[in-house]
Design a protein around this ligand. Structure first.
Ligand SMILES: CC(C)(COP(=O)(O)OP(=O)(O)OC[C@H]1O[C@@H](n2cnc3c(N)ncnc32)[C@H](O)[C@@H]1O)[C@@H](O)C(=O)NCCC(=O)NCCS
Ligand SMILES: Nc1ncnc2c1ncn2[C@@H]1O[C@H](COP(=O)(O)OP(=O)(O)OP(=O)(O)O)[C@@H](O)[C@H]1O
Length: 291
């Protein structure tokens, strides 16, 4: 009789997807130096967040992601029953997150984006090209969850004030910031030999160039949003995170955004979504034994 069972445990599809979602959140949090966001260096523009809290929050969400994937397998198709089941699991996940962080919002936007993508991946694991996953996630996001409370969230307030698309619309459109900005830049920077961390930073910057990040708008208005978008473009134009000129611009952007209290939390969530999809794609599907 052995004290430990050394046989590797065979994970279910739902468990593997939950692992990938949590990994994506931890990789996003650890990536450094991110402009004005929590990373290995510090808290960016935040007073109530730190890296340990981001990690604890990410780990606390594993059961919610697994439950969403299980629901997808159980219902088997995009439709209102699955949308409402996933909505309920997402809201419960939010409560677990808040209990873990002592009431701080660490991953609200990420539960939404990654939750939809996990569900979409579990629905048809053999059809996991980025565009296919995003399309199924968008179809789910377009369905109206009758039980979803519509509080006047920060996102809703700035949507009213500035007439921008927020997290809900980004998902309903099939995550254009991820598919048309983040993922192509990730691949370009990797192909140029910039190194994985720089490629991920460049992907984040590419997302920031056009995103109407409601976290930034709420905290720093249109000036904050313009500073984020133009500054991110300037880093990429200067050669990206792997170049000396790009690094200098990145440092400037970090300082400018912190001075404006403008944390691009929405862009950070979408980077996690980007890393999640990239991992699924690079593993040649998510069939058993693929990873
Ligand atoms: C749609 C959500 C994100 C609410 O959005 P809303 O803009 O009203 O809220 P809030 O101001 O709290 O912002 C949400 C978060 O989205 C992220 N975000 C900000 N801007 C953007 C953007 N342009 N694109 C994507 N994400 C963004 C930020 O991290 C932000 O913290 C979601 O929390 C929700 O409605 N949940 C209900 C429960 C549910 O249906 N869950 C399903 C889980 S799959
Ligand atoms: N590394 C990161 N650093 C900071 N924020 C991140 C990071 N990764 C993701 N985020 C996202 O940023 C959001 C936090 O931003 P913010 O503090 O502006 O949220 P809020 O709840 O809208 O505002 P407030 O803290 O004023 O209540 C989280 O919902 C999270 O999704």
């Amino acid at each position: 009789m052995h004290a430990f069972n050394l046989q590797p445990k065979t994970l279910t599809l739902a468990e593997r997807l939950a692992d990938l979602a949590v990994d994506a959140l931890i990789d996003e949090a650890d990536l450094s130096p991110k402009p004005a966001l929590v990373d290995r260096r510090g808290n960016g523009a935040h007073t109530d967040l730190h890296l340990g809290l981001m990690h604890a929050s990410a780990l606390s969400l594993w059961p919610a992601f697994k439950a969403m994937a299980d629901a997808a397998i159980e219902f088997g198709e995009v439709g209102l029953p699955l949308r409402e089941a996933v909505g309920c699991i997402g809201r419960e996940g939010e409560q677990v997150m808040l209990a873990t962080t002592g009431g701080v919002n660490t991953h609200r936007g990420a539960i939404w984006a990654l939750g939809l993508l996990v569900t979409a991946a579990a629905l048809e694991p053999e059809s996991c090209a980025a565009s296919s996953i995003a399309l199924r996630a968008a179809r789910l996001a377009l369905l109206d969850d009758r039980y979803s409370p519509r509080p006047l969230s920060h996102g809703a307030q700035v949507a009213q004030r500035y007439g921008v698309r927020g997290a809900r619309e980004e998902a309903q459109l099939g995550f254009p910031a991820v598919l048309h900005r983040g993922l192509p830049q990730l691949k370009r920077s990797r192909a140029a030999g910039h190194g994985e961390q720089n490629a991920r930073l460049d992907a984040l910057l590419a997302i920031m160039t056009t995103l109407a990040d409601t976290c930034v708008l709420y905290r720093a208005g249109e000036q904050g949003l313009h500073t984020m978008q133009l500054g991110a473009q300037a880093v990429l134009d200067a050669g990206g995170s792997a170049s000396l000129a790009g690094r200098r611009r990145l440092h400037e952007l970090d300082q400018q955004l912190i001075a404006l209290n403008a944390s691009p939390g929405g862009a950070a969530d979408l980077l996690a979504a980007c890393l999640f999809i990239d991992r699924i794609e690079s593993r040649d599907g998510i069939s058993q034994g693929a990873f």
